[in-house]
Ligand binder design. Structure first.
Ligand code: ATP
Length: 360
């Protein structure tokens, strides 16, 4: 495996992708769960599939694993077409949200199970299972049963079990969904470090945008069975290609065609992040030196710890959220107060009509 692939930086264009999906479609009766998805996932990449509930990301993962067969389109694993192959004929492994551990077996036996099925000798499989458990910091607990562990530790056993067979690609279906926030954040860092050190391709399904932004080399954002955008966390956040991505990934203020026409006399729509807006206690609307200001009225304030979200109904619309410093307390007396909101015009992200993207 090349250094570039390991670091997550763009691999050379001649490298065979770990996974290649072409025009992948899956229908269940009347429902089209996945609609003509084209995607290349690079070797050694941490790729997240992000999207709201029902957007098709789990179905894509199940298609890659072989638990579902495509209605049309193809799936290649390192250049070989596996579209019609059974799960055990594909060099991928899956970690599920509910861990699916055997309660009556010790950790080492749980982890060694996949090696046993593959006919690996007892001594070797126990040694490899112990090594895999040590890699996820459970070396001390090899003799315990799953019920004697915390949720985070059980999740690590599930990981060790999936990794011990050394798959080319590891599929992770919302594996941190059952954990509390602190543990989730800790596991995010551990997972990312593990992936980096192993160099295995990880495909991670989540509906949590913060999780996807934190961990991924690249993210594919799903909407209604289609890929709305593929890019790095920075690209997805800073340069969303449509209103759906701008809204789903973080909070965005969308200025629609009517607002744009009123402000700038041109066509189009743009998004701007709350942290890019400035609240002014006086002043009028207008434009000067690349800065636009619009008058409005505060409708509510929400304290979120590190900052205060100030909701402002701009004169003529839209309603926007401005992120003010935490020193601004959510004083109810401010509701109804006349203010102005300003932004540097270079911070506006103009949104093209781009419902789908070509393969990355
Ligand atoms: P979630 O985050 O809730 O898991 P998702 O983005 O992973 O959602 P999918 O589970 O892929 O979405 O589902 C996509 C669509 O396909 C949904 O409308 C779902 O109801 C439908 N679907 C998925 N599996 C089946 C099935 N076996 N039979 C019928 N419909 C299905």
């Amino acid at each position: 495996m090349s250094q570039t692939a390991l670091s997550g930086a763009p691999a050379s264009t001649t490298e065979v992708p770990a996974i290649r999906l072409r025009n992948l479609t899956k229908t269940f009766g009347e429902t089209t769960a996945v609609h003509g998805v084209d995607l290349d996932i690079r070797q050694g990449e941490f790729f997240s599939m992000l999207g709201p509930s029902g957007s098709g990301k789990t179905t894509v993962l199940r298609l890659i694993a072989g638990f579902e067969l495509p209605t049309s389109g193809t799936i290649e694993l390192e250049g070989a077409d596996v579209s019609g192959k059974a799960p055990f004929e594909r060099d991928v492994n899956t970690v599920f949200q509910d861990y699916a551990l055997f309660p009556h077996m010790s950790l080492v036996d749980n982890v060694a199970y996949g090696l046993r099925v593959r006919g690996v000798h007892k001594r070797e499989r126990r040694q490899r299972a112990a090594e895999a458990l040590a890699r996820v910091q459970l070396g001390k607990f090899v003799g315990r049963r799953p019920s004697q562990l915390s949720g985070g530790q059980r999740q690590r056993v599930a990981l060790a079990r999936a990794l011990v067979v050394e798959p080319k690609v590891l599929l992770l279906d919302e594996p941190l969904g059952a954990l509390d926030l602190k543990l989730r954040q800790q596991m995010q860092i551990e997972l990312k470090e593990l992936q980096r050190s192993l160099g295995i391709t990880f495909i991670f399904v989540t509906h949590d945008q913060e999780e996807a932004l934190t961990m991924s080399d690249r993210i594919g954002v799903f909407n209604n069975g289609r890929l709305a955008q593929i890019g790095t966390a920075h690209e997805i956040y800073q340069r969303p290609t449509g209103a759906f991505v701008a809204n789903f990934v973080g909070t965005s203020n969308i200025f629609d065609a009517a607002a744009v026409h009123r402000l700038y006399g041109r066509a189009g729509q743009f998004a701007i992040r709350p942290e890019r807006l400035t609240l002014l206690w006086g002043g009028e609307g207008g434009r000067a030196d690349g800065v636009t200001s619009v008058g409005g009225r505060i409708t509510s304030l929400v304290y979120v710890g590190h900052a205060t979200q100030v909701h402002v109904a701009l004169d003529g619309g839209p309603a926007v959220v401005v992120l003010a410093g935490a020193e601004m307390l959510p004083d109810e007396a401010l509701v109804g107060r006349e203010v102005a909101v300003s932004w540097a015009e270079r911070d506006a992200v103009w949104l093209p009509d781009a419902p789908t993207v070509p393969a990355a």
